[in-house]
Design a protein. Structure first.
Length: 133
């Protein structure tokens, strides 16, 4: 009898710069991807800024890590979601979001899926663990 995969959800609620939370969370996601787990990520509140294309961090004196999100699918993290209301409240659209990988068959860019609060709530109820960053 096959053992059920652990479902682990990461929530990203903080902006990408100014604290270490979002960067450290990204590192943890990539490490956890090496283990047998069903990983999903939800960006909400100011965390949606982590997915914004074209971040310029030079004036902040920090190295940007936006490009690292472009390999999530390579690490088999394809369940990446963004809260619709959080994104819209910050004036963002799907066109503003980073690419998280490329479809192996079609070579088309993959972006995070936009979901509503109800869908997020449903996904959260199905998780074994939820880690907040």
């Amino acid at each position: 009898m096959a053992e059920e995969l652990r479902k682990i959800m990461f929530t990203v609620r903080k902006p990408p710069h100014g604290t270490i939370y979002v960067y450290e969370g990204l590192e943890v996601k990539l490490i956890m991807a090496a283990y047998d787990a069903d990983i999903s990520v939800v960006f909400m509140d100011d965390g949606v800024y982590a997915l914004q294309q074209g971040q310029k961090t030079g004036d902040l004196g920090v190295k940007g890590f936006e490009a690292t999100y472009g390999v999530l699918v390579d690490y088999e993290i394809s369940k990446v979601f963004v809260d619709r209301k959080s994104m819209e409240d910050r004036g963002m659209t799907v066109d503003d979001l980073v690419v998280i990988g490329e479809d192996e068959d079609t070579e088309e860019d993959i972006k995070p899926s936009v979901v509503d609060a109800e869908e997020i709530s449903q996904m959260m109820s199905e998780q074994h663990n939820i880690l907040c960053f």
